[in-house]
Design a protein around this ligand. Structure first.
Ligand code: FAD
Length: 413
């Protein structure tokens, strides 16, 4: 049996890994020059730059079936966050996972005592659900904002913490994303660590690719169209050349899956502008810094080399900052506005611009109810299987689950 996978993102790689482990011959055609899709890391003058700020939760239930966490040498963030409103600072710790920090946490200014109790109740409620993805969380769905308000959280904690914190995760400060994503994220935060691999987020797809035989991945090979025979998918065309297969797994982003496979895939996306600076050492340590200020440019920032020192050359420091707007601004203006925010928080920051990544399509849009109508891996077309975050939820875990299920579908059919 010979299977073609279109796309070497996490979904395509996981699918290919599972198939190869079952002795199936598999070839991946990838349009870009490397593996990983949206999960890649560049090197610049000794700095490791992830293509957009992203983190890996060690408690992701599916990805840990396929990844060797020890070999990734995962480096953990400190739980909680530093909330900045101009020169005002509140340190939010994580009482659930770090009981020692309960007292300072209760004293910090951004949250009331009842907000803390509600947070504990919310986490406890999320923990009781045995879901492998956001879509499997139980109960009626609503926007994250409606959900938090229905729980009775104060507008202060919503504005100062939830908007920038989950803005950094859903890339949506309006909190219009499905509350299932919020609750699933809570579960992940409370049951494991928030990490990055020591050598960059791109180590995750590289490790998956290492399970495939040499020559199984063809990069710089965009699939132009699928080949059909009497309504059955029988291969792909790459650079004018036809390649036949017993089945084709389309593992691209949702819009490209729609184009290639003619299936209805979710539309809409959220994105981020990720701005890197070489910096003098900051006081933020291993915590994420959240911008609670109205009209601020940056949503969040982290001295990523404090978490994983190999992100910066010895003796230097790397600051990773994220804006959820400004995609069309010139580089100079983006750097300037980032410096303006950070130096208000840390006047001693000494920032030197390094790189900007504009990522308009980071995650597919996940409004309330979205998980009810996402496409399945199985299609009505013989020989055609779908894989990609958009069949589960937008995350490293969701895309890998989708790849795993796609492989199962191929093996069954
Ligand atoms: C900036 C950013 C921040 C994120 N933050 C987090 C986070 O903190 N935690 C988390 O869990 N998730 C996060 N995510 C989401 C997560 O990275 C994605 O859900 C996941 O990587 C999607 O994987 P995928 O395989 O479904 O799609 P992709 O990674 O998009 O893979 C699709 C692949 O198909 C290739 N392709 C497209 N068209 C063709 C074609 N015609 N022929 C051949 N190849 C083609 C593409 O080049 C690409 O390599 C973030 C994503 C981004 C971008």
């Amino acid at each position: 049996m010979r299977i073609i996978v279109v796309g070497a993102g996490l979904a395509g790689l996981t699918c290919a890994k599972v198939l190869a482990e079952r002795g199936v011959e598999v070839v991946i055609f990838e349009a870009s020059d490397g593996v990983g899709g949206r999960v890649r890391t560049d090197e610049l003058d000794g700095f490791l730059l992830d293509r957009g700020f992203q983190v890996y939760f060690t408690s992701y239930p599916v990805s840990k079936r396929h990844l060797d966490h020890a070999a990734l040498d995962l480096k953990s963030f400190d739980p909680g966050a530093i909330v900045r409103r101009g020169r005002e600072e509140s340190v939010l710790s994580d009482p659930l996972r770090d009981p020692k920090s309960l007292v300072p946490s209760l004293l910090s200014g951004a949250a009331t005592f009842s907000d803390k109790l509600r947070t504990l109740a919310l986490v406890a409620g999320s923990l009781s659900v045995g879901a492998a993805t956001a879509g499997e969380m139980d109960g009626a769905d609503s926007s994250s904002l409606e959900y938090l308000r229905s729980y009775g959280f104060s507008e202060r904690i919503i504005d100062d913490f939830y908007r920038p914190f989950y803005g950094g995760i859903f890339l949506d400060r309006s909190l219009s994303t499905s509350s299932r994503v919020l609750r699933f994220t809570f579960k992940m935060l409370a049951t494991g660590s928030t990490t990055v691999p020591a050598l960059g987020i791109g180590e995750i797809p590289k490790q998956l690719a290492s399970h495939l035989p040499p020559g199984a991945i063809c990069t710089d090979s965009p699939v132009e169209r699928l080949l059909w025979d009497g309504g059955r998918a029988v291969g792909v065309e790459v650079d004018g050349e036809e390649h036949e297969a017993d089945a084709v797994v389309v593992a691209t982003e949702a819009p490209e899956a729609g184009r290639l496979a003619g299936v209805a895939a979710p539309e809409g996306a959220v994105g981020q502008v990720c701005v890197y600076y070489a910096a003098d050492k900051l006081r933020s340590g291993k915590k994420i810094v959240l911008n609670a200020e109205d009209g601020g440019f940056l949503n969040n920032a982290v001295e990523i080399s404090a978490i994983a020192p190999s992100y910066a050359p010895r003796g230097q420091h790397l600051l990773c900052t994220v804006a959820l707007e400004g995609f069309g601004l010139p580089d100079g203006e983006i750097y300037r506005r980032g410096v303006e925010d950070v130096t208000r928080w840390y006047p001693e920051a000494g920032l030197r611009p390094l790189a900007i990544y504009r990522v308009p399509y980071a995650q597919f849009d996940q409004p309330p109810g979205v998980h009810e109508w996402l496409p399945e891996n199985r299609t009505n077309t013989p020989g055609l299987v779908l894989a990609g975050e958009y069949t589960e939820d937008s995350s490293i875990n969701g895309s890998m689950l989708s790849g795993e299920k796609a492989a199962g579908e191929v093996l069954r059919s």
